[in-house]
Write a protein that binds this ligand. Structure first.
Ligand code: CA2
Length: 153
């Protein structure tokens, strides 16, 4: 197993299904920034906080599960917007629980002000915490919170 003890903090940023469409559809709900622009902001914020962020997006549940498994040897923590899988995926929940890496859940929209089916998150109970409703800023707040958590373990 790789020893990450004295490396700068490295964070896997996982974006779930449909988030590749950001900035191109439904800007009223999800904002006008593209995923590439959000990733750039995260990389800049990470650099300010002496951390390196590694973003990836997939529309496929199994690909996200694999990425979480592989995170164990490569990253100190996970920042995740699981998209609609937030509300359906026991598999993603179990993967996060299995690797036991600190994870922070983020959402662009406030999921509790939306349809009832979005009010339950399978991720929440295995996450350090959740940030929801601040648009792209949710990701930056989530990154700050995750790094704060990791630096104070
Ligand atoms: O608010 C969030 O970040 C969500 O995770 C976004 C998911 C939604 O299913 C969750 O309930 C809350 C949907 C992501 C869809 O992204 C789109 C982006 C542009 C256009 C259409 C969809």
């Amino acid at each position: 197993m790789l020893d990450l003890t004295f490396q700068p903090l490295s964070i896997l940023v996982l974006h779930g299904p449909n988030l590749n469409l950001l900035g191109r559809r439904e800007p009223g709900i999800y904002g006008s920034l593209t995923l590439a622009e959000i990733n750039r902001l995260l990389e800049e914020e990470g650099a300010k906080l002496q951390a390196k962020v590694y973003p990836m997006q997939s529309n496929h549940e199994g690909v996200l599960v694999d990425a979480i498994h592989e995170a164990l040897e490569k990253y100190h923590g996970i920042l995740i917007n699981a998209g609609a899988y937030t509300h359906t995926s026991v598999a993603l929940r179990d993967a996060i629980a299995a690797v036991n890496l600190p994870a922070v859940e983020v959402h662009l929209s406030n999921i509790y002000r939306r349809e009832e089916f979005r009010h339950h998150s399978y991720i929440a109970s295995v996450a350090v915490g959740q940030i929801s409703g601040f648009g792209a800023q949710s990701y930056l707040l989530g990154l700050q919170a995750l790094l704060y958590h990791l630096q104070n373990l």
